[in-house]
Design a protein around this ligand. Structure first.
Ligand code: OXD
Ligand code: MN
Length: 557
């Protein structure tokens, strides 16, 4: 790769490398990502039949075959083809699954080696279980051999055919478009497999939290891309006596065991984290993890052979930007691409949990949903019951991020943080979640959190990061059924004085938990419109019931 110009060494660190992609290949391409099935309704809710849906792009079997035939013959000519047997999850765990990715990108091979378990061990496991997900990837026939980053952006396409356990990706070499174990397998196909087999494949981090009494619990949390999942997964708690350990920062596969306990594994083997915003103050643990054995992509380079990105701290002189040009801060353009990444082995994380590779998975006590909501949404709300929690997941919204191709700071619906990752009809997905409570099962409590509320001056009301341990403390006390809550129209929030705020300094708790009536009437209208426009008759009635309850509660408040 070095000889081909794809990577260059970063001599400041131990075995670290820098890659610059083609500037047209920098993020997931949701508009070019499709799911194929016999019937459109398998993929897209009925309200969107024949139209573009925000909840999944459908492609017919004929168009799928045509897309492949139009692109693949001869597309790898002149390059080396690699075959990657890989396992999502610890090799041999009953919760793990195997895939084989064929690719013509050595960058993909390297990254898959970090992000998955790969190689002979997996081939051995495959001998015992012939089921595997077939993944085909090519960077495409490139007309631009001068860059070290071949790709074919105008013809990029990411295809999934769940009935055949098949993923085919053409034209992009970056991130979720090409490391097919991650979003394509672990989430899109994973969600289909999970529904078929009765488990959950979710866009969630997993953390272990030990409280001052020495009791350890695990929490899974779904936030949209670039909303701080990696920061929460590696949090340094500010509350004395608490310890946080990381199991995973992006994806959770969860299944109830025979004792009715929800068990989760992180199917990944590394962190493909967003670099900008990561610093000694926001995520010291990530900073302690990433400067060894890491490939950085699209970050800026420093004169002494190191890396820099926005939010890391003061910019040294002589920075070269992510496009390889000397950076002039006066121009206002970022030095690192907003979706620039580090790709680092998980085992390097100093707080990796000792159970992170446990084959039965870790027991989950609570599930958090959240997003970036600058207005109106309280710091934390506990769902009244599982169905209400499913409604919280279904109605999640968040400011758009740089992880995909959206522009601007619009508030987007992102149910379960899965909007770009559903492998099947969202209405059916909700039914699957609603079917989880069963005799003998110990249901985790569900919460909605929002670290991102701002005051009228545009300043964050909550300091976030390590201080989020105060919210986790309340969550765990609620898991113990401690009566430290009060009812509100939205669900349960901490009783007055129950959230530990001592030592926090000036924080306007009243405003953090306020529930503005006009805002919430409008929110209910937005949810109704979203449900009607995007889901229609496929929406389970339980969700309409919850919306009715929300409206009534707000009206009466
Ligand atoms: C990711 C994403 O890369 O969610 O994790 O986009
Ligand atoms: Mn993600």
């Amino acid at each position: 790769m070095q000889q081909q110009g794809t990577v260059k060494p970063l001599p400041k660190y131990e075995n670290c490398w820098l890659t610059r992609t083609d500037p047209a290949d920098v993020a997931r391409v949701e508009s070019k990502t499709f799911i194929c099935s016999e019937h459109e309704r398998d993929v897209v809710p009925v309200a969107r039949a024949g139209q573009k849906s925000a909840l999944g792009n459908y492609i017919s079997p004929a168009d799928y075959d045509k897309a492949v035939i139009d692109r693949f013959p001869g597309c790898m000519r002149g390059r080396t083809m690699y075959v990657i047997p890989f396992s999502m999850g610890p090799v041999g765990s009953p919760l793990s699954k195997i895939g084989v990715e064929v690719t013509d990108s050595p960058y993909v091979v390297y990254s898959m080696r970090v992000m998955t378990r790969m190689g002979n061990k997996v081939l051995e496991a495959l001998r015992k279980d012939e089921n595997f997900v077939r993944c085909l990837h090519s960077v495409g026939r490139t007309n631009n051999p001068t860059t070290g980053w071949p790709c074919d952006p105008p013809r990029t396409i990411i295809l999934h055919r769940p009935v055949d356990n098949e993923i085919i990706s053409y034209g992009s070499g970056y991130g979720g478009n090409s490391l097919l174990g991650k979003k394509c397998f672990a989430l899109r196909l994973g969600s289909v497999l999970a529904r078929r087999e009765g488990w959950l494949a979710e866009h969630m981090l997993i953390v272990g939290i030990t409280d001052p009494k020495g009791r350890k619990r695990y929490i899974a949390a779904a936030f949209p891309s670039a909303c701080g999942k990696t920061n929460l997964a590696m949090m340094t708690p500010s509350l004395p006596g608490y310890k946080v350990e990381c199991v995973g920062d992006d994806i959770a596969w969860m299944k109830f065991d025979k004792n009715g306990v929800l068990r989760a594994i992180n199917p990944e083997n590394g962190f493909f984290g967003v670099a900008p915003g990561t610093s000694e103050s926001t995520n010291p643990i990530a900073m302690a993890s990433v400067f060894r054995n890491t490939v950085f992509t699209n970050v800026a380079e420093t004169a002494d052979g190191g890396v820099w990105w926005e939010g890391m701290g003061a910019a040294p002189e002589g920075i070269v930007d992510w496009k390889g040009k000397p950076w002039n801060p006066a121009t206002g353009t970022p030095a690192a691409h907003p979706n620039s990444r580090f790709c680092t082995p998980a085992e390097q994380c100093p707080i990796i949990d000792d159970q992170w590779e446990s084959s039965e998975g870790v027991p989950i006590s609570a599930i958090l949903f959240g997003g970036r909501r600058p207005e109106g949404v309280p710091l934390v709300v506990e769902a009244r019951d599982w169905q209400h929690g499913v409604f919280m997941g279904a109605t999640m919204r968040s400011e758009a991020t740089a992880a995909a191709e959206h522009a601007g700071k619009v508030i987007m619906h992102d149910p379960f943080a899965m909007r770009p990752f559903f492998g099947y009809n969202f209405g059916e997905y909700l039914r699957h979640w609603l079917s989880m409570p069963q005799e003998g099962r110990n249901m985790p409590k569900i919460f909605h959190v929002n670290w991102f509320r701002k005051n009228e001056q545009g300043k964050f009301l909550w300091p976030g990061f390590g201080e989020n341990s105060r919210v986790l403390d309340w969550v765990l006390r609620r898991c113990d059924e401690e009566p430290c809550h009060q009812e509100t129209p939205l669900g349960r929030v901490p009783a007055d004085g129950a959230l530990h705020t001592d030592g926090l300094g000036e924080v306007d708790v009243k405003q953090l938990f306020s529930i503005p009536k006009d805002f919430w009437m409008n929110e209910a209208d937005c949810i109704e419109k979203y449900f009607k426009d995007e889901v229609g008759d496929d929406l389970p009635n339980e969700m309409w019931d919850e919306l009715k309850k929300l409206r009534k509660n707000i009206q009466q408040s």
